[in-house]
Design a binder for this molecule. Structure first.
Ligand SMILES: Nc1ncnc2c1ncn2[C@@H]1O[C@H](COP(=O)(O)OP(=O)(O)OP(=O)(O)O)[C@@H](O)[C@H]1O
Ligand SMILES: [Mg+2]
Length: 263
């Protein structure tokens, strides 16, 4: 399959799935992740979309179907509770074109002018250190949602930040609902790079983080029944009841830990 044919097939699908965002597809390129098949389409005007299939999924994690199911459920729940800057993702198997043929696929609308936290520039980091309240508010919301949903993949390449719009989104949600438990990392990893924050700004960042956790806690409680219904529809055994009470423990503990880590 040539890149031209693949780009055209991806473009046709984008036109169906994201009609109001669609403009001419200019290029297709590889997204360098750990091992999944992941391509990026650039549209005229600059909007990017990711096309990903879970080629690296392990059988014990439910294979590609399991990854697609967990990713999709967490993305739907993130929309339901209005998580900050949550990305539009469509799940389909309708791309009849190698290397994606007949595989579950996630097609994501990327945050404009964003960069993942592993690649964030020193200038952006300094801006977060100096006026990072908005960053930490959103981070608190994501941490609370992730904790309630058994999210395990707290790496810096799974958070994208836009310096321009101050958007902070969690992406790559398949390692959730306690999948991958043995390799759990912590929610502190994605912000390790930001430290140190001086004492003038630190308290404000931590209190915004706490406010973010609390705000998500309230939204989770308000949407409890609908979230339960969404999860109950799943055929996947790994999906369990979500645990909003974990967020209660998190607020004080995480705020204290972050204060020590970032100071
Ligand atoms: N919605 C998005 N907005 C902006 N950038 C994105 C988005 N989705 C993915 N990216 C970019 O693509 C990179 C890889 O995305 P993702 O983590 O979903 O891929 P992956 O194939 O699962 O890789 P890995 O296995 O390394 O996590 C991200 O680190 C980020 O730079
Ligand atoms: Mg990732």
């Amino acid at each position: 399959m040539t890149d031209d044919l693949l780009r055209e097939a991806c473009a046709r699908l984008l036109q169906q799935l994201f009609p109001s965002d669609y403009t001419e597809a200019i290029s297709i390129s590889d997204v360098k992740g750990r091992s999944n098949i992941h391509k990026k389409i650039l549209l005229k005007g600059g909007q990017e979309f990711g096309f990903k299939c879970w080629s690296a999924a392990k059988p014990e994690d439910g294979g590609e179907e399991g990854c697609a199911e967990r990713d999709s459920k967490l993305n739907q729940i993130a929309h339901l509770v209005k998580a900050p800057n949550v990305c539009e993702v469509r799940y389909t198997r309708e791309l009849d074109c190698e290397p994606f043929s007949n595989r579950p696929l996630a097609i994501s609308k990327w945050i404009p002018s964003s960069v993942s936290m592993d690649k964030v520039s020193e200038i952006d980091l300094e801006q977060i250190r100096q006026s990072g309240e908005c960053y930490f508010r959103k981070y608190g919301e994501w941490v609370a949602l992730g904790a309630a949903m058994g999210f395990r993949d707290w790496t810096d390449n799974n958070f994208v930040w836009s310096h321009e719009s101050h958007a902070l989104a969690l992406i790559d949600m398949d390692w959730s609902f306690n999948c991958g438990k043995e390799k759990a990392s912590t929610y502190k990893d994605p912000i390790g790079k930001i430290k140190p924050i001086d004492s003038q700004h630190l308290d404000k960042c931590i209190s915004e983080f706490s406010a973010g956790v609390e705000s998500m806690q309230l939204k989770l409680k308000a949407q409890c029944n609908l979230i339960g219904q969404l999860l109950a529809e799943s055929a996947l055994e790994q999906l369990r009841e979500f645990e909003p009470e974990l967020v209660d423990q998190l607020k004080d503990q995480a705020s204290q830990e972050l204060k020590i880590l970032l100071g």
